[in-house]
Design a protein around this ligand. Structure first.
Ligand SMILES: [Zn+2]
Length: 135
């Protein structure tokens, strides 16, 4: 199993996908992507963080069709097949995370709709976190 990005997400043996963020040990601010070193909170001088699994569900903040292939180094399918992207506000985390949407199109989506973290292969093979229908 090859992940598209090391250290940003994990897939358990049962296929459950988790985003990995960091929590500041001084003030509790949660960051994604994982942040090492100085805390992201400008009012905090903390410089130690711990890896933390983020909520796996959230609500759509925005979404779109990606009708044109992204620039390199992204490896697009040839011929290019448009993908659906969603920015999802994670439950209780105060973070919005962008991801490709799996098995749904923009016609299926609405702002505020609940989605769940899943995974799927990118065009060149490695697995990536994606957003899917909430079970
Ligand atoms: Zn902090």
């Amino acid at each position: 199993m090859t992940l598209a990005i090391d250290g940003w997400f994990a897939i358990d043996d049962d296929g459950t996908t988790h985003l990995i963020g960091t929590t500041c040990l001084t003030c509790g601010t949660v960051a994604f992507p994982p942040q090492r070193g100085l805390c992201r909170n400008p009012r905090c001088e903390g410089d130690e963080t711990a890896a933390t699994r983020l909520p796996r569900r959230g609500r759509i903040w925005s979404y779109t069709d990606a009708c044109y292939p992204p620039p390199e180094p992204y490896v697009a399918a040839r011929p290019y097949r448009p993908v659906t992207l969603a920015a999802v506000e994670l439950d209780g985390a105060g973070l919005v995370v962008l991801g490709q949407v799996k098995d749904l199109t923009v016609d299926d989506l609405a702002v505020g709709m609940e989605l769940e973290l899943v995974n799927g292969p990118l065009a060149d093979g490695p697995l990536m976190w994606m957003w899917g229908r909430a079970s």
